[in-house]
Design a protein around this ligand. Structure first.
Ligand SMILES: NC(=O)c1ccc[n+]([C@@H]2O[C@H](COP(=O)([O-])OP(=O)(O)OC[C@H]3O[C@@H](n4cnc5c(N)ncnc54)[C@H](OP(=O)(O)O)[C@@H]3O)[C@@H](O)[C@H]2O)c1
Length: 307
């Protein structure tokens, strides 16, 4: 029997065992270790704790940049990544087209856990937008369909639930990345059954803790956007050296920030955005090796807060 990568992930196997591995990163960080997975509470399906965010992918890119997109996605998949987060609205509504075409070209579409989003008012507009996602991604089934920024949530979730029954969508959810929407997010989680919540969280901005706690209690999977605070975490550390105690389990500051996020007990997966192959490799390295426990997370916070 031939297993796809997704089958292996579902079976609890880990990517490190069967992937061609890239070169070791600085400090001999363990790029050869297995990719850590976490279960989606609703189903128990295991997914890698690091995915990729793709809001900057677009068809208007130069040939050189398109080659960079191609290399980034290939590195991501080769390193054991499966969760790709996009949206009908990203890249002037062309991110899904770029991703669908590049992944089809690489022949790895069946292995991807596709997460996308709908951003329309009303049932008819939402249906048309979501139909467009299936077409652009070249998929008959989307793994996770999300209401983008809580726009017309009840209507769009209603359609999604019907399509979930029909098997066109596997999981449904809602997204936000703004503290201004937290009250609405809390009200939505209380009112609407769903499988996933996508929300911002990073070591620099921990203000969505109450939403994470709520999702943990309700058995809702969480997908974390802005795990680098749109790059602000890197600006904060500047040229500060990674402390020795962190270098024992992190090969870079990127690993430090991502491991902090995905070691939160209520977090299922983080989706750092990148268009660079070496960043995709660095990010997937954060899915490997030892993960911080509660005491280490406190130490990481104290170090970062003191900068
Ligand atoms: N409301 C919503 O639903 C919502 C809102 C915002 C974001 N999102 C999703 O979340 C994803 C992530 O958000 P984001 O991309 O805005 O912010 P982010 O992940 O916090 O930060 C991305 C920034 O970090 C850089 N970066 C990535 N990996 C790096 C590494 N290993 N080392 C150093 N720099 C690195 C990227 O640059 P390079 O490109 O040069 O690597 C980019 O400048 C989005 O792509 C999108 O899929 C959803």
């Amino acid at each position: 029997m031939k297993y796809t990568r997704r089958d292996l992930v579902k079976l609890g196997a880990t990517a490190g065992a069967y992937l061609a591995l890239g070169p070791k990163s600085a400090r001999g960080f363990p790029s050869q270790e297995a990719v850590v997975t976490k279960p989606i509470p609703f189903s128990g399906e295991e997914i890698p704790i690091i995915g990729i965010g793709t809001r900057s992918y677009n068809t208007g890119a130069s040939a050189e940049v398109m080659e960079q997109f191609r290399g980034t996605l290939k590195t991501f998949v080769d390193m054991g990544g499966t969760v790709i987060d996009t949206a009908a609205g990203y890249g002037r509504s062309t991110s899904e087209t770029v991703l669908g075409n590049l992944i089809a070209e690489q022949g790895t579409g069946d292995d991807v856990f596709w997460a996308t989003k709908v951003d329309r008012e009303g049932r008819a507009e939402g249906v048309a937008r979501m139909e467009g996602s299936f077409e652009k991604l070249h998929q008959e089934q989307v793994d996770l369909m999300q209401v983008h920024n809580l726009r017309d949530t009840s209507t769009q979730l209603g359609t999604m639930r019907e399509w979930q029954q029909d098997g066109r969508i596997r999981y449904i959810g809602v997204t936000s990345s703004s503290a201004r929407a937290y009250d609405a997010m809390v009200a939505t989680i209380q009112a609407e059954p769903m499988d996933f919540v996508q929300i911002n969280y990073s070591i620099a901005d921990r203000s969505s803790e109450h939403i994470l706690r709520m999702c943990g209690e309700k058995g809702i999977a969480t997908m974390i956007n802005l795990p680098y605070g749109r790059g602000r975490t890197f600006e904060r550390v500047g040229d500060t050296a990674l402390p020795d105690w962190a270098a024992e389990f992190c090969g870079s500051w990127g690993n430090f920030f991502l491991k902090y996020v995905v070691s939160h007990p209520a977090i299922t997966v983080a989706i750092p955005g990148t268009t660079k192959p070496h960043h995709a490799e660095d990010n997937m390295n954060a899915a490997r090796g030892w993960m911080p426990d509660a005491a280490m997370r406190t130490r990481m916070e104290a170090f970062f807060d003191a900068l």
